[in-house]
Design a protein around this ligand. Structure first.
Ligand code: GSH
Length: 197
């Protein structure tokens, strides 16, 4: 498998999950402006959507979209998701919320011509949306219980952006969660491999 990524982008969630999975994989950096990979291939030939992440599969196929890639990694690894009862659907519920309510909420911070007003509104909305996890983390260490899952790697990246790109206030339990993830070997390795100190 090969993960196409951009340093500190949402592809960091897949990078962390791949390291946690113990599965063999390679990475290749993408220049999102030039739409070119580090080895000078056209990125849109690999992923016509033009954005990261994309996962090159062993059979030559390419899988895109964070929710699909994270789910594929967990499926291949036979871990990183809770099992039994409603667990599969609770995982999808968490991933969908992170993708559509948090990830997309950062858009003004990645849009060069976004106004200060757009950013202020986005910051307020993100603060409210993060607060849902503050309640979840009152009774458990991770998003879906007391074990690390793919939802945690995705939420970690959202908190990383909240702290480093958007200055969104992060409440206490989420900050403790962020610090816990920052201390994990997988997270430290993914950040170091992407050249982020
Ligand atoms: N729907 C996609 C969105 C991915 C996405 O937003 N990628 C951003 C980085 S976090 C990107 O590559 N933006 C550059 C671009 O769109 O040109 C997913 O969930 O995987």
């Amino acid at each position: 498998m090969k993960l196409y990524y951009s340093p500190g982008a949402c592809s960091l969630a897949d990078h962390i999950a791949l390291i946690e999975s113990g599965l063999p994989f390679e990475t290749e950096k993408v220049d999102l402006k030039a739409k070119a990979t580090e080895s000078d291939k056209s990125y849109t030939d690999i992923n016509p959507k033009g954005y990261v992440p994309a996962l090159g599969l062993d059979d030559g196929g390419v899988l895109t979209e964070n929710i699909a890639i994270l789910s594929y990694i967990a499926d291949r690894a036979g871990q990183l998701v809770p099992t039994g009862g409603m667990a599969k659907f609770r995982t999808l519920e968490a991933l969908a919320y992170i993708s559509s309510e948090l990830h997309k909420g950062f858009k003004p911070f990645f849009t060069p011509d976004a106004s200060d007003d757009d950013k202020a509104k986005a910051k307020d909305a993100l603060g409210e949306r993060f607060s849902l996890f503050e309640e979840v983390l009152a009774g458990q260490n991770f998003v879906l219980g007391n074990s690390f899952t793919i939802a945690d790697s995705y939420l970690f990246v959202m908190l990383f952006w909240a702290k480093t790109k958007a200055d969104v206030p992060v409440p206490a339990r989420l900050t403790a969660f962020y610090d816990r993830l920052m201390a994990r070997d997988s997270v430290r390795k993914a950040l170091a491999d992407e050249g982020i100190s």
